[in-house]
Write a protein that binds this ligand. Structure first.
Ligand code: SF4
Length: 293
């Protein structure tokens, strides 16, 4: 099997088999990101991908029924290539039922609604999309490479096509005093284009990110831990769509999961208890103890 870097996938995709189809990130410029800094974006040769699928078909281990396409935004691949990969997977691994991948909102720009429908029919599902926030000022500052209107247009197309996706929310991204703005704009965003799941992680800076340099130069002040929990409360309170929310990532000191709108009060009360029970310093120590994501 060919792997240009370690496996990067959301925790809920741990049961997948992994197949590298791209390496690095087609954007690779977000100010907070630690991933893929050493890997230039590259598309794997189709014959190499088919060779890896062949290798998987000869393995006695068929413990999975889903393939995770490895790469920061494997959906950067054009429609034709994604279809050829799906065909090769089902031909050699007939027990596979679905295919997942990370995607950026920009990955949908060059795919029509009809093409996205065909990809959904081919088993692509639960794509994980790093929306991070719906706040335009923050998207620009963090150099995400698009604004909320652009992302909305793309994710509307994805929803219209029936292609399921998970939206990532990055708690604390706006830094000190900016939680409410980010939460309100993000809730507005997801209310317009509900994903099947909102998956929350919390900003955890490592030394090799531009944003860490801004902390050192006092141009960015991190949100306090209690502020982050308050931000999450605002997000959950403002969400009016039907979806699931999970805050179970290692970067989240207070874990919760539930369905919206029915679990709203329960989730907010978990956060309230977290705010009362945890001194900010204890939560900060938890964050400082995180050595990798
Ligand atoms: S956050 Fe995602 S899109 Fe941004 S640089 Fe990192 S991997 Fe690429």
């Amino acid at each position: 099997m060919h792997f240009a870097s370690g496996i990067v996938r959301p925790p809920f995709e741990a049961g997948c088999e992994f197949l590298q189809v791209t390496s690095g990130c087609s954007h690779n410029s977000c100010r907070f990101c630690t991933f893929y800094k050493d890997a230039r974006f590259a598309v794997s040769d189709l014959e190499e991908v088919k060779g890896d699928i062949d290798e998987l078909s000869k393995s006695p281990w068929h413990h999975y029924n889903r393939i995770w396409l490895q790469g920061a935004d494997a959906f950067a691949l054009p429609y034709d290539r994604l279809m050829k990969i799906a065909e090769a997977i089902y031909e050699k691994l007939p027990w596979v039922k679905s295919i997942g991948a990370f995607a950026r909102a920009t990955n949908f720009r060059n795919k029509s609604t009809r093409e996205l429908e065909m990809l959904a029919d081919a088993g692509y599902s639960r794509l994980t999309v790093g929306i991070e926030t719906g706040d335009d000022e923050l998207l620009a500052w963090m150099n995400k490479g698009y604004d909320a209107d652009f992302a909305l247009e793309q994710m509307e197309k994805v929803n219209d096509a029936g292609l399921t996706w998970v939206g990532q929310f990055l708690n604390g991204l706006g830094g000190y005093g900016y939680g409410d703005e980010s939460a309100i704009a993000t809730a507005e965003f997801y209310n317009k284009v509900p994903p099947m799941l909102i998956y929350t992680a919390s900003l955890t800076l490592f030394k090799d990110t531009p944003l860490y340099g801004e902390v050192l130069s006092d141009t960015f002040r991190e949100a306090t831990e209690i502020e982050r929990l308050e931000e999450l409360k605002v997000l959950i309170d403002r969400l009016g769509c039907e979806t699931e929310i999970r805050c179970e990532h290692v970067s989240m000191p207070v874990k919760l999961a539930g369905r919206l709108p029915e679990d709203k009060e329960r989730l907010i009360s978990i956060l309230d208890r977290g705010i009362v029970a945890n001194a900010d310093g204890e939560l900060e120590r938890y964050r400082k103890s995180i050595v990798g994501l």
